[in-house]
Design a protein. Structure first.
Length: 503
């Protein structure tokens, strides 16, 4: 009887096994903040960029070494210095089932350049004068003058390719309730302040991803992100890992850790239209007043270096001859403030989001400024509010960072060119000299000559300093061991297509 019972039980288990769904691979990630939108043409923050990277494709992309690789364009050529011809993949479909063709590239480029879009990505296409769909699978882009960083600019998430039908159908809801690309994952839902859910695109042109579902959660508190990782609530922290905890978790064989030099730099921007930040002597004084190495040690636990200028050393065009920008010299700071008519200092506000390292850096800056008579109060803002307000012109200093592209143009032009005042030039600083150098750099095709132009531009930006230079960061991440194949990218935007999960 017992033998017969076992046989029935085995048969039942086997039959139930056939009825149960296969292992569903769900990857749960934690970022510091929620996304601001999933419309790539309207965002300029890294948290939105990471989600956008999974949903959309570009004409070309970068690999983990920041080398250009094909994406929607299989190949390209330059018949002359002003013309780029891209040959597109065939058989690619958008997530709404629409076929991808050259008309989608034309639509996307023109939407980015349209002033009504107010796209931060417009700076990456500033030299483009026409986009022509030669046929369904050939696009010709003509520039006003030679544009050396064209390919790197086209790798930016802001230049992702959209489907016109999907954008028109969603209207004002595009980017919040709808996001349609050709990437490896499809948008499912966004619960503001909580999470974004993506699902595998079975028709992705490189083949379906191994992961079925991706969940991005915005968790501002370092301690909470770490607890979620340790308790199994999340699988991966893909950057912005709590610096103070990294050494400990790296010693724990339950986890995998990731560490690379980042393309990003942290700074305290200054709205130069607000007094007294229009005075170069005041800005220099503030730079001398802050001990950047002490902030690297105290806030970033040594995972970074004081900035040597406006570019990270891993970006092409960085001038290796540069020394630290403004070594700590409080006496020099006091001297400059007195010279500018502020011997007794002044009152100001430092705006920051609430992430631990930015808030802690702001508090140390506040203390250093107080030593030279500058009385700063700190005002914490929600991330998307800080971005939108600083773009319009915020009333003081603001804690932000910039990544750009792997090229000096992407690291400098969006942030320092006066054409971008009102979007990515949050300093609201205009310098005809800097503008001219940046324009010369983009139009110079000889790489050695370009390096010299950008070296001069970096020197000029350090001299005019519409910001307090802070640090060049290291990018840290950690995951459970079931996460396999994940790679940190220097631009802080890591694709998930190749990631697998062990059962």
């Amino acid at each position: 009887m017992m033998k017969k019972y076992r046989s029935v039980l085995v048969a039942l288990v086997v039959s139930l096994a056939f009825c149960l769904p296969a292992f569903a691979a769900e990857l749960r990630l934690a970022q510091v903040a929620d996304v601001s939108s999933m419309d790539p043409h309207r965002v300029s923050d890294i948290y939105s960029a990471n989600v956008i990277r999974q949903i959309y494709s570009n004409l070309v992309q970068v690999d983990e070494n920041m080398e250009i690789v094909p994406d929607l364009a299989e190949k390209w050529e330059n018949p002359d210095d002003l013309t780029w011809v891209f040959h597109l993949r065939k058989g690619v479909k958008f997530h709404n089932g629409e076929p991808f063709t050259a008309s989608d590239v034309k639509y996307s480029m023109e939407r980015i350049k349209d002033p009504k879009t107010a796209s931060p990505g417009a700076t990456h296409l500033k030299e483009v004068v026409s986009v022509e769909a030669v046929d369904d699978y050939t696009v010709k882009i003509v520039t006003r003058r030679p544009f050396a960083p064209m390919l790197m600019s086209l790798t930016r998430y802001e230049t992702s390719i959209l489907n016109e039908k999907a954008v028109s159908a969603a209207g004002a809801d595009y980017g919040s309730k709808a996001a349609v690309g050709t990437g490896p994952f499809k948008f499912v839902s966004w619960s503001r302040g909580d999470k974004v859910i993506l699902e595998k695109n079975a028709d992705y042109f490189r083949g379906p991803a191994a992961i079925d579902t991706v969940i991005y959660r915005g968790i501002p508190e370092d301690a909470t992100r770490l607890v979620e990782l340790e308790s199994g609530g999340i699988d991966l922290i893909p950057g912005n890992f709590p610096y103070q905890e990294f050494e400990n978790i790296a010693k724990n064989d339950k986890y995998l850790t990731y560490k690379i030099p980042a393309m990003s730099t942290l700074y305290m921007g200054l709205n130069t239209e607000v007094k007294p930040f229009g005075d170069n002597r005041v800005r220099k004084a503030m730079n001398y007043a802050v001990d950047k190495q002490a902030i690297v040690d105290a806030v970033y636990f040594g995972y970074g270096t004081p900035s040597r200028g406006p570019l990270s050393p891993v970006i092409w065009g960085f001038d290796p001859e540069r020394k630290d920008a403004y070594p700590y010299d409080p006496d020099k700071a006091r001297e400059l403030l007195k010279e500018a008519g502020y011997a007794d200092g002044f009152d100001m506000t430092i705006f920051s989001d609430n992430r631990t390292e930015r808030r802690s850096a702001a508090e140390l800056i506040q203390a250093y400024l107080a030593e030279v008579g500058i009385r700063a109060q700190i005002e914490l803002m929600e991330w998307s509010a800080l971005l939108s307000t600083s773009a319009k012109g915020i009333g003081g200093g603001f804690m932000l960072g910039w990544t750009g592209t792997g090229d000096a143009d992407g690291g400098l032009t969006p942030v320092y060119h006066s054409a971008n005042i009102g979007s990515s030039n949050r300093f609201r600083y205009k310098s005809e000299g800097i503008d001219a150098l940046l324009e010369k750099g983009t139009a110079t095709l000889d790489q050695d000559a370009r390096r010299k132009v950008y070296a001069e531009a970096q020197e000029r930006i350090v001299e005019e300093c519409p910001l307090v230079f802070m640090i060049s960061q290291q990018l840290l991440g950690a995951s459970t061991k079931k996460v396999q194949g994940f790679k940190l990218y220097p631009n802080m935007i890591s694709p998930l297509f190749a990631v697998t999960l062990a059962e």
